[in-house]
Structures are given as structure tokens and as C-alpha cells.
Design a binder for this molecule. Sequence first.
Ligand code: A3P
Length: 293
Amino acid sequence: LPKEERFPPGLRKYQGFWQFQNAIPGVLAMKEDFKPRRDDVIVSSFPKSGTTWLKALTFTIMHRDKYTFSSHPLLKLNPHDCVPYIELHYALRDEQYLETLPSPRVLGMHVPYSLLSDSIKTSTCPIIHICRDPKDVIVSFWHMFKKFDGLMEPLSFKQTYELFCEGRVPTGPVCDHVLEYYTKSLSSPKKILILKYEEMLKDPTNGVVRIANFMGCPFSEEEIKSGLVEKIAEFCSFNELKNFDTKQSEGNIKSYYYRKGIAGDWQNYMTPEMANKLDEITKEKLCDSSFTF
Ligand code: A3P
């Protein structure tokens, strides 16, 4: 391969999207074999867009009758251990694990819509997709890449930015990834819900209500009066999740998923020119759609 196709190491373009080479078999096996259950809920995202938060929210909302806040699994487990990635378990050839989970399951994925199987696309199980300003996604990516010590050469922010502008990050380009879900949500609004990280930050309780409604388990009058919606939003807030005494399972290392949890941190990393260039790339990609980040 020419050098530019070898960098970052192990990243390959597959059907329009960059993926780590060792992730592709998992995506293909998932497409071939994964059969959703009717009551599954699937959480979908481009990496570093608020997946961990959405997993925690969805899991807590789904199981609100099962667990109290004082003995909740999220106090001890990383949200990624409560809501596993489908394609990762296929890549690890451990997909049987997904079958051992009791219904209703909440499952996660970073897989582009066009690489999903018909069994997911035509099933009734809802997909909730969270997206985020690409400028903050890239900053979050860079901080996570820095933690992959030994797995890849450290990249400067500028290098990461340039790769990102070319779409050359796992499951990128970001706009194509989000646009596929957004476009589908227009024709199938009951199947796909698009949430924006920034809107969720501004009004998390509204986010909690929207997620519950979309999942088909809206809050009752009594639950609303009891303040449960606000309690869930608070329980899954950045400061709470970050400080739960969760054990670190291999790969689900706390510091990968909790850093600052704010919108607009890109201003501390990008020159105005860099931000403008990325905004222009984004605008150009989105020009035929009604979507904005
Ligand atoms: P930053 O690196 O900008 O802080 P993902 O879960 O998709 O990997 O995304 C990680 C990003 O979401 C990180 O962003 C992380 O801090 C932020 N995040 C994690 N939990 C959050 C929460 N409860 N509320 C808001 N942001 C959260």
C-alpha cells in the first residue's frame, strides 16, 4: 500500500468508511449473523460523540424499575460493560455473549448505516444515534489516541486534525457516517432518533424524556411528579459517571471515556483557520441535506 494508505497503522477504507483492519471481520460477521430481538434498543454513534453517556442514559431508563440508584450496576460497571458493542463481540468471536444477556437488551455500535444487515434495518428495534460537533469530536479523539501508548506512534494535534479532515479516523468520515443515519431518520422517524450532544448538554432532562418516549417506555405521571426524570439525568451526568467507582475491564478504561464533557473545547486547540477549514468541509458535505451539527 502507498504510505498514505498505511497511516494510521491498521486503518483501511472499507465501502466508503475507514476502519481498523482488525475491526472489519467483526462488522462483516455482524452483518451476516446478528439477529436483533424485537425488544432490543440499539445505541449508535460516531466514536467520541457521547456514546458512553447515551449508553448510561438508555440503560438507566430501560431498567428504571429493576435497579435503585443506590445499588445500580453503573455504580460499579463501566457503561460499555452494561451496553456492549455488537461488532466488537463479533470481532472477538465472542458473539455468544450477546445471547446470554436477558431481554430487553441495550446494545451499542459504531457501524455505518450502510454496513448494517437487513435484519437490523427492517426490525422494529429502535436505533438512537448521538452526534456531536466534529471539531469537538476530533479533540476528544486526539486525547484518546494519546492514551494508546505503544499501539501507535503519538500523533500531534495537527496531524490528527489533518487525518480527520480527510476522514481518516475509525468509522470516518464523520459527516458521511452521521448523514447516513440522519437521512434514514427522515424516512423512518420511528426507527432512528438523532440526538445532538450539545442539545443534550443544554437540556439533559428533555433528552431523557425523548429517549424514553422513543424507546416506547415513556415516563408515567407519577414518575414525572417524583422527579425521576431529573434524577436519571443527574445520575448519568458527567460528574457522577466519572466518579463512580467502576472497575476497569480490559479496553474499557475510564480515562478513555471521561475527559471534560463540554461543548466548544476545540477553541483551546484549533486556530481560527483550522476551525474554518473543518467547518467548510462539514458544510460542503452537508450541503444537500437539512442537517446541521
Ligand atoms: P471529551 O473528550 O470532549 O471530554 P464517547 O463516549 O463517544 O467515547 O465520547 C467521549 C466524550 O463524551 C468525551 O468528551 C467525554 O468526556 C464525554 N462524556 C462522557 N460522559 C459524559 C457525560 N455524562 N456527559 C457529557 N459528556 C460526557
